[in-house]
Design a binder for this molecule. Structure first.
Ligand SMILES: [Zn+2]
Length: 265
């Protein structure tokens, strides 16, 4: 195709010192479309810049959120109650063993990232929860206490004080009684003044006892888990009304169960 002269425009480029000029022949249609090209390029630049600015601000926001989270984490670390730390120190626990993450000793602990430190905390707490599952803790039933551990007047003999080796929980006949730790049923049946009674052996020579039951739902030798129903509230044995008698024994000796109801006792 032959181009007509009007189809061609000549662009003259003059340099600063006017020492020479260069001519450039361009198709006229390109010149007329130059504006459109510029607008097009501008539009692309604006879009790209906008995208870059948006992504940057997103990134900054994420960085900001990360910083805040990290600040919260370090704040939490600082908020571990000093008595708890004291207690850990008494046990010879001065820090976390880093063997699990391939380090050796506490010198390595300083190099741990917050995430690594927290996964160690998490692991430690999981182990603790596992241990606690085997220790009597919490309520055999959620209700108010009607009688406490210690000496009290005998409801059957007002003249003498009687030692009450456990605590009594309010309840109606048929209410669930639950074991307070994982363990093994060592007794299930009639047991003198306790009436229908269940005794469960736990780790570390702990034992729990549930008395005056109207019904027993476990058998001797059975493994039970914390929170499992072991029987129903009643008034069998030496009892004046429906309630749950609960005992915690350590090495065969009754101790105050109130210490085992909550974590902060
Ligand atoms: Zn009692």
């Amino acid at each position: 195709m032959k181009l007509k002269p009007s189809d061609i425009s000549t662009v003259i480029i003059v340099n600063k010192n006017k020492e020479g000029t260069h001519t450039l022949q361009v198709k006229t249609k390109h010149i007329s479309r130059f504006k459109q090209y510029i607008y097009g390029v501008l539009a692309v630049i604006v879009t790209l810049s906008g995208t870059i600015i948006y992504l940057r601000s997103q990134n900054q926001q994420q960085e900001e959120e990360k910083k805040q989270l990290m600040a919260q984490l370090s704040k939490l670390k600082g908020e571990v109650p000093p008595p708890a730390i004291q207690d850990l120190k008494k046990r010879g626990l001065k820090g976390f063993s880093t063997n699990a993450v391939g380090g050796n000793g506490n010198a390595e602990a300083a190099k741990l990232t917050d995430e690594e430190t927290y996964s160690l905390y998490d692991e430690y707490l999981s182990r603790l929860v596992h241990t606690v599952a085997f220790t009597p803790m919490g309520y055999p039933r959620i209700s108010s206490l009607t009688s406490y551990f210690g000496y009290r007047s005998d409801p059957f003999n007002t003249a003498s004080a009687e030692f009450h080796p456990g605590i009594d929980f309010k309840g109606n006949r048929g209410d669930e009684a639950k074991c307070t730790a994982n363990g093994k049923v060592v007794f299930a049946g009639r047991y003198g003044g306790y009436g229908n009674c269940v005794r469960i052996a736990h780790a570390n020579n702990f034992e729990t006892l549930y008395g005056h039951l109207s019904r027993i739902t476990v058998k001797v030798g059975e493994q039970v888990t914390v929170g499992e129903k072991i029987g129903e509230v009643g008034s069998t044995g030496h009892s004046t009304g429906n309630h749950l008698h609960y005992e915690v024994r350590k090495n065969g000796k009754a101790i105050n169960p109130i210490k085992f109801l909550t974590l902060n006792n």
